[in-house]
Write a new protein. Structure first.
Length: 150
């Protein structure tokens, strides 16, 4: 469910690196990093990010992105293609069209339905599909894991 003025999406992952080396140099501060392991301090903010480190961090972001998209699709009971938005958000109606939300409704609508004892559409579909093992989804299925996504 998404509110009429809501937005859904932003399925993506990002990481930032801050390079403070020039600022620190201008302030007369020099950093010495003492470490064990060639990559241990990789990505620290006191030097530019090297090509090798950037490639490694990009691979981590890509791995988290694949996991995040797969888990969102699984939680929504849809394909990964349906949730791919390349990090963009979508208005309520477009999110429903893309399968990223079940329907558009206000909070008042949802509360009124709950008070009448109505079962949300998503749960009804899950209970109906329980008779078909290949599409079994339960109301207690995990929605998302907690990857480093946003």
């Amino acid at each position: 469910m998404v509110t009429p003025s809501g937005e859904v999406g932003s399925v993506g992952v990002y990481m930032m690196h801050f390079d403070w080396s020039q600022r620190m140099e201008a302030d007369g501060v020099r950093t010495t990093i003492i470490k064990a392991g060639r990559h241990k301090a990789e990505g620290h903010p006191y030097a530019p990010l090297g090509d090798d480190a950037q490639a490694h961090f990009q691979s981590l972001v890509d791995d988290h992105y694949r996991t995040f998209v797969r888990n969102v699709a699984k939680g929504r009971g849809t394909s990964t293609a349906a949730v791919l938005g390349q990090g963009r958000t979508f208005t309520a109606h477009r999110a429903v069209e893309r399968g990223m939300a079940d329907r558009v409704a206000t909070l008042d609508d949802v509360i009124a339905e709950a008070q009448k004892g109505r079962v949300p559409a998503r749960r009804r579909r899950a209970e109906i599909s329980a008779s078909t093992p290949s599409t079994l989804r339960t109301a207690n299925s995990p929605r998302l894991t907690r990857p480093s996504g946003h």
